[in-house]
Ligand binder design. Sequence first.
Ligand SMILES: [Zn+2]
Length: 299
Amino acid sequence: MSKTPVFIGIDMGATHTRLCAIDKEKNIKVINKYKTESIVEPGLVSGLIGVVQRELEEHHLSAERLLIGLPATISKDRTKVLSTPNLSVDQSTFNSLVPTLKHEFNCTVELERDVNLQIAYDTHHLHVEDKLVLGCYLGSGFGFSIWLNGDVFTGAHGVAGELGHIPYGKEGAECGCGNSGCLESLVSGVRLKAAYESQNADYELKDFFNQSYNATFISEFVDNTAKAIATAVNLFDPDIVLLGGGVMDMEGFPFGTLRQQIYKYVRKPLPSEELTLMKATSSSFNGATGAALQALNRK
Ligand SMILES: [Zn+2]
C-alpha cells in the first residue's frame, strides 16, 4: 500500500501543541494534541521530529509540506524567527527547526505567525477566502492579521499587521516587544488580567465581564478596542472584519457595544456602509487546521 501524501500543520502553544494533517482534497487524516512540555523536554527539534514521525508511521502517510505556527514574528521567507516575546525557547533553536525538519522529512518546511493560521482557518471555514478580510483576535495579546488575494498579507519584510504594537497605548508602559507605550498596554488579555489581579477579587477571571463594578474599566477597554479596529478598517477598507480570541469569547463580553463603537469610529459613508463584522470561530484546533490548509495553499 502506498503512503498518502499529506500537508501537516502544527500549532505550538504554551500548554498544548496541536497537529493536523490533510490530504490534497482537504480531508483531515490526523488531528491530535500533545503537551508542549513533552515536546520541548527532549529538545524542541527532536521532540517535534518524534511527534511527526509517529503520526506519519501510525497512519501510513508521507509529508508533502510542513507548516509550524508560533506566537512570533517570522522572516519574509518564513524560515526564521525574528522575535518571540512570549516564548521561553531561544531563537537559535527555532532557527535550526526548518533546516533540520526539511532534511528529516525531505519536504518544504515553513514557520508562520499563529494569528495568520487562525485567519487561514476562519476564511476557509466561513467561505470568504476570496474577500479582503481583517482578523482581530483579542487573546493574551492583540492578534491582527490581513487576508488579501487568497493568502495572508505579510508586508515587505514578513511582519505586517502588528496592530498591537502601534504607539497608542499607555504612555511609558514597557512592552515585551522592546518598545514602550504599545497599544497592547490598553487592549490585551494581559491588561485585563492585571486589572483583575489588582482587585484581589472573590470571583474568577472568567466572570470579569459580568461584574457590574467593572463597568467603567470595561467601557474604556471596549472603546479602545473599537478605536484600534476602526483604525485598521479605515486603512484597509476590508469586506469583512473577524472578531474573536479568548477575551471576546469570555462570558458577558459586550459584543454589541463593541460593534456599535466600531461603526461609530469608522469613516462614513464608506467603508462603514459596506462593512461586515463577523464572529471568528473558536475551536482550539483552528490554528493547526489553518496551518495544514496554508501548507496546502502555499503549494
Ligand atoms: Zn510592543
